[in-house]
Design a protein. Structure first.
Length: 159
C-alpha cells in the first residue's frame, strides 16, 4: 500500500523481515520528480516485502515525517533523492544522522547522479547505501527488488 498521508502510528514491531526490532512501517520515499516517483512506487507495489510506503516530495516534508512524534523510529528504510527543493537530500541525511532517534535508520541514497563528489559526500554524511537510478524500467525494477530484498528481508535492524 502506498500512502501519501500517514496517520500517527503506535510504532509497533513487526515480524516481517529477519531484522530484530524491525518497525511496523515500511519505506519513506523522498522524491520530487513525478516520473521517478511513479516508477519507484510502481516497483514497490510489485514487491510484497516492501510493505507500506510513504512519500515525501521535498526535504521539508521528509523531515516533518521523520521527526513528528515517534515516527522517527517507525520507518524501516528511507529512499532519499539528493536533488530536492527547499532542503536537499544531503541536509536531510545530515539531520537524520544528527538525531539520536534516527542515527541508525538505514538511508539509501537513490539518485540520478553518478558524480563521484556526490558519492563521497553522502557516504561521509552517513549514507547506508548509494544507488544510481537505472534509466531502463526493467533494470530499475530489478534494482528495487534487490534493495527491498536486502534492506527489508536480509538486513538486521539496530534495536
Amino acid at each position: 500500500m502506498i500512502m501519501e498521508h500517514q496517520p500517527a502510528g503506535a510504532g509497533r514491531r513487526s515480524g516481517a523481515g529477519r531484522g530484530r526490532g524491525a518497525p511496523a512501517r515500511g519505506i519513506l520515499v523522498v522524491e520530487d520528480d513525478p516520473r521517478d516517483l511513479e516508477l519507484t512506487l510502481r516497483a514497490l507495489r510489485d514487491l510484497p516485502a516492501a510493505g507500506d510506503a510513504e512519500v515525501a516530495r521535498d526535504g521539508v516534508e521528509a523531515l516533518r515525517r521523520l521527526f513528528t512524534g515517534d515516527q522517527a523510529r517507525d520507518f524501516r528504510v528511507v529512499l532519499l533523492d539528493l536533488k530536492l527543493p527547499d532542503i536537499d537530500g544531503r541536509e536531510v541525511l545530515r539531520r537524520i544522522r544528527a538525531d539520536e532517534r534516527t542515527r541508525t535508520l538505514p538511508v539509501v541514497v537513490l539518485t540520478g547522479s553518478a558524480a563521484e563528489r556526490d558519492l563521497e559526500d553522502t557516504y561521509a554524511l552517513g549514507a547506508s547505501s548509494y544507488v544510481v537510478k537505472p534509466t531502463d524500467t526493467d533494470a530499475f525494477r530489478r534494482t528495487m527488488a534487490g534493495l527491498v530484498g536486502y534492506w527489508l528481508q536480509v538486513n538486521e535492524f539496530a534495536p
